[in-house]
Design a protein around this ligand. Structure first.
Ligand SMILES: Cc1ncc(COP(=O)(O)O)c(C=O)c1O
Length: 410
């Protein structure tokens, strides 16, 4: 259940008034609910308890150390795509044997770091990368577990910029090439190819694309297992949408065991958005109401540098006022940021509540791909991040200072 709700017309997040938080913390800021994060993880985790599995939270969706520590305490592993994500996972207490290293362009240092630090599994996205990892593992005198990320060539009916599982996309290795790799497996003496992995996109609301990818993977695995019994892990990636899905976690579980059974394989899940999205909000102040001919702009102090999903993916995030106000202004309204870019806008609507300069708004569902995508564009600082744990508000990332911002420039 959402921790964001109106009580007596006042918007509250985990029982604290948004206006109260905003009085003592400079806007814009991210704010997370420990309760929501925990419930999201547990609700997903509880479905798979009779399987052998790891839930490797996708750090690209959110890599705040405090949030990662909470997830680590619940038993989460990590899906990482860079050396620093790997280091953050370790720093947060996630053991290397629960870390999967994904990503299409890992460099030599990153591969070396992952192998030297006992990464559970590296997911490989090309033959060239496989050769490189084999060489580095050999240099280090180690044998590295590998997942082959296949491209199941499936349309996932999500925004074109977040689909990853069709052959037009740069991700993964085709099924035929994967079979070739297994035919040449003896060339990779420092690798143990133990897993088939796939991730077909993000924010997927329908079960069919998953069904299609399971089907492709099952068919492939059946062929591979005729000769190679080392294959024992299926990494199904992430991608499950947290909202407006037409399937339940139980449907997903049933689909999974229909194809792969309960006991034959270990499973890896890599959810990001599902765990973090609705656990986070972005609180921002209205700077100006600007009314032009036939149109209104509400200019807020958060910009696309703080939350770039609308500009990058046309993502739509509901925006609430901190006080419920039933007197809508029936005029085309855009809620925009202060950045010098036309794409710096959050929402366009036919009407929005009458709101005064200095009032607060809340952008919903930004716990995933919000803070992690932020930048210093327009020389704006990384903003503060807060965690609410029942009645307590904790700063979990300080706002970046000007000194920190310029310290590496010569
Ligand atoms: C390889 C991989 N795994 C997991 C995820 C997490 O996806 P989501 O946040 O949609 O669950 C992503 C996101 O793009 C990804 O690329």
């Amino acid at each position: 259940m959402s921790q964001l709700k109106y009580e007596n017309n006042i918007l509250r997040f985990e029982n604290i008034d948004i206006d109260e938080i905003a009085k003592t913390h400079q806007t814009p800021f991210y704010c997370y609910s420990k309760n929501m994060l925990t419930n999201n993880f547990n609700n997903f985790n509880n479905v798979f308890l009779d399987l052998n599995y790891k839930i490797c939270f996708s750090l690209k969706s959110n890599s705040n150390l405090t949030l990662l520590r909470i997830l680590a305490s619940l038993g989460a592993g990590a899906d990482v795509v860079s050396e620093w994500e790997f280091k953050k996972a370790i720093e947060a207490g996630i053991p290397a044997e629960k870390i999967v290293f994904s990503g299409i362009g890992k460099n030599e240092n990153e591969i070396r770091y992952a192998i030297a630090n006992n990464c559970f599994q590296i997911n490989v996205e090309s033959l060239a990368e496989l050769k490189k990892i084999n060489q580095i593992a050999k240099d280090l005198g180690k044998v590295q577990n590998i997942g082959i990320r296949i491209n199941p060539d499936v349309q996932s009916d999500t925004h074109e910029k977040i689909t990853t599982g069709s052959l037009e996309n740069k991700f993964g290795i085709s099924v035929n090439e994967t079979l070739d790799i297994f035919n040449r497996i003896n060339e990779f003496s420092s690798l143990s190819i133990t897993s088939i992995a796939f991730h077909i996109g993000s924010n997927i609301k329908d079960l069919n694309p998953f069904k299609h990818s399971f089907e492709v993977a099952k068919h492939l695995i059946d062929k591979i297992q005729l000769n190679y019994e080392t294959l024992k892990t299926i990494d199904v990636g992430g991608g499950i949408s947290p909202e407006d899905r037409n399937f339940t976690f139980e449907d997903y579980y049933n689909l999974l065991i229909t194809y792969f059974g309960k006991d034959k394989f270990n499973f890896i899940f890599e959810p990001g958005r599902l765990i973090a999205a609705d656990a986070g909000i972005l609180v921002s102040k209205v700077l100006y109401n600007k009314i032009t001919e036939g149109k209104k702009f509400i200019i807020i102090d958060a910009g696309m540098n703080d939350m770039m999903r609308p500009a990058l993916y046309d993502a739509e995030h509901e925006i609430l006022t901190s006080k419920l106000n039933n007197s809508d202004h029936n005029i085309e309204t855009e809620i925009v940021g202060p950045i010098c870019e036309t794409s710096d806008k959050f929402i366009k609507t036919d009407k929005f509540a009458n709101i005064e300069d200095g009032d607060y708004v809340v952008i919903k569902n930004v716990g995933a791909y919000g803070s992690t995508m932020s930048s210093n564009y327009n020389a704006r600082p990384f903003i503060e991040e807060l965690l609410i744990d029942k009645e307590e508000i904790q700063i979990i990332r300080k706002k970046q200072s000007f000194g920190d911002f310029i310290k590496n420039e010569l």
